[in-house]
Unconditional design. Sequence first.
Length: 389
Amino acid sequence: MSDARVADALSRLEQHANLNLPLRRGDVLGRLALRFLWRRQLKWQIETNLAARDAVSALSDEVRATEGQFQRWLADHGELVRAESLHRELESLYRNDQNLAAGLNQRLYSAVGGLQAQLSTLALQVTDSAEGSDGVEARLKELEAQLAQVQAAAEQARLRHVQVDLFLDRARRESTTDTTPAAAAAVPDRDSFLEVAVEALLDGSAERARDAVRAYLPVVEEARKAGATGAVLDMAPGRGGWPEVLAAAGVRYRTASRNTLVRKQCAAVDVQVADADPMRLLEEATPGSLGAITAFRFAERLEPAALARFAELAAAALQPGGPLVVETPLASPDFHLDPFALRPVHPDFLRFLTEAAGFSHVEVRLPGEAGIPVADPAGRDRYCLLAWR
């Protein structure tokens, strides 16, 4: 019997529990019949019905009690049910975690394999570098041997120069018997040879010297932008490196030297040098006509009075905004390796001369500042003075 049918039976029993018969108040016949039936042993039927009702009622109470116990059991064992559900969920998460860990391990092993391959490649490169360093050492030893050969050749060249000097001295003495004035002038004196040789000794190769003075080109170009567009007068052309730089930049220049060999060497690199004293060239310059004046290895070869005169003439010849560029060595034990240098020019003294000559702004740049070389090839430091009108 389903729960619905039991509930229906209990409902009907409750409804007819008192055996209420449909007797009306004036139904005398019905009452007599009821009494007759009672007396005729129909009472057992009623008792049976009452017993069934009591049994069904008891069953209903038992069912209610069972339901209460079941509810209490659920209440007592609900945590266990939830624990089992949680356990199943944890097992699911554990399986998922194992799958994820397996995937991560696979990626990790792959990455480790890639790193090992890279380390192997680096090890091979280090090995190759070590072998290459052995080659570099061998190359250095070879270069040292070549340098020793060059030094020996230079020593031989110096000996040959001495022989050439002796020959020139003899030729000069013999030329005095010639009545032609040009005969004596055709043979340069020893100082002419020394000036060219000293340039190479102090500044290194012509290319290196040219690259060093190229650092001053921006100073000239800035002055030209400011309106100082006149020619640049170079006081000591040397081997022509600075005039070469100016010509390549499209800047007009003027320079002069009384040394025949200097003029010939400069002409070989297409640099035109006037046969004149550069100080005389500066004296004859029209006031305010020059865009810049440069002097490399020039100031230390002048007497103090001549140096002061040079500063005054430069101030008069420069256009407004035109710079005076003077580069000269600092004092050092081997300063007089230059046989033409009279004395080192102290930066403060050179600043004093230029300021006294009328330059409005004077700046001294020491070695390593703004393009000034730290040292020349012979290891001597030098500084630069820049002065503007």
